[in-house]
Design a protein around this ligand. Sequence first.
Ligand SMILES: [Zn+2]
Length: 141
Amino acid sequence: MNGLRQFLFQMSNMMGRGLYGRNGFDSLARTCYSAALVLMIINLFADNVAIYFIWVILFGYGSFRVFSKNISKRYAENEKFLVMTKGPRSYMNLLRLQVRDRATSRYFVCSHCHQQIRVPKGKGKIEIRCPKCGERFIKRT
Ligand SMILES: [Zn+2]
């Protein structure tokens, strides 16, 4: 037990030293790794050369980011990535919330200011007022 703990401690120490002065796991690197993992799993069944290349490239690029020493450049790229994917990311987030709270709530997005609005489910057709900009719209909940 003690040996295992010591081993894990040494491992995390090594990882920490390895990533010292490196970019580490930013959002872009994490997205690359996740996409690579998904494609890798798909390719276990599909066994397609194109998919194989894409996951290897994504994995390689993710690793390049994690171990890159040019932190300011990687930071700028990551910021750009976050701005570019703001729409899809907030949409994914909305979907996630909708699935999580499907029994109790519904989510709408204000057509005027894109604020997310949560309303209790099962109230029939109601007028919803956006808390941010005051826009009103009628939805079935
Ligand atoms: Zn609004």
